[in-house]
Design a protein around this ligand. Structure first.
Ligand code: SF4
Ligand code: FES
Length: 235
């Protein structure tokens, strides 16, 4: 059977809709359909992908108005197929969006374990129990697809807001018992760009393809931040 696919395209100057007819088979994903178009109908169609298995996060697009991973969306489960670039990211070409700012914001929050006295000469064993791992495990599953940031109402109006994906990364490291960077991270979390900007629309958790629950991470980070400030005050 054939399915009509409507793609929102952008050529650097203007954006417009283009329709394609694609033969579909059971098991075919939206990414497969885009690849079919590129290989057989229109080589100029541009989109991004890598792993084709829901791991790299690079194929996030808006499918029927909702951000989803193209490689994980079965085409036969959709009635009509309308594909657009995700919101809140600058469009470079067709479905390809600019992730430079998104990754730069990740770098600001130092997305790695901070240790105060680590040395290669005298490595220290860092013990972690299954219970301690469980505290942050869910939040470590983020694949940086940007879907949550694309639906965040604050991210759509404030360029400086770090956004749900980055806040989730902060929470992941601050909940890890091996991390010693809490003071540095709290400064960022409590800043104008941090958690207090969140309006708690919660849409970020609705669209996350990995069930990471960024909205929950932001709220938990707020609680942590309050406790931290109170403790600092009474020190
Ligand atoms: S939290 Fe979820 S939606 Fe946001 S970037 Fe990570 S995987 Fe994507
Ligand atoms: S291609 Fe990697 S997540 Fe879709």
């Amino acid at each position: 059977m054939e399915v009509e696919i409507k793609v929102r395209r952008f050529n650097g100057e203007k954006s417009y809709w283009q329709k394609y007819r694609v033969p579909v088979l059971s098991g075919m994903t939206v990414l497969d359909a885009l690849l079919y178009i590129k290989e057989n109908i229109d080589a100029t169609l541009s989109f991004r992908y890598s792993c084709r298995m829901g791991v790299c996060g690079s194929c996030a697009v808006k499918i029927n108005n909702k951000p989803r991973l193209a490689c994980e969306t079965q085409i036969l489960q959709l009635k009509d197929v309308q594909i657009e670039p995700i919101n809140n990211f600058r469009v470079i070409k067709d479905l390809i969006t600019d992730f430079d700012d998104f990754f730069a914001k990740h770098r600001i929050v130092k997305p790695y374990l901070i240790r105060k006295n680590d040395s290669y000469e005298k490595p220290v064993e860092m013990i972690q129990t299954p219970k301690q791992l469980k505290k942050y495990y869910r939040y470590s599953l983020c694949i940086k697809c940007g879907a949550c940031n694309s639906v965040c109402p604050v991210s759509s109006t404030r360029d400086d807001y770090l956004g749900p994906a980055i806040m989730t990364t902060v929470y992941r490291f601050m909940t890890d018992n091996r991390d010693e960077g809490k003071d540095e991270r709290f400064k960022i979390v409590s800043s104008e760009r941090g958690v207090w900007r969140c309006h708690f629309a919660s849409e970020c958790s609705e669209v996350c393809p990995k069930n990471v629950e960024p909205a929950k991470a932001v709220q938990k980070l707020r609680i942590k931040s309050i406790i931290y400030e109170i403790k600092k005050f009474f020190k």
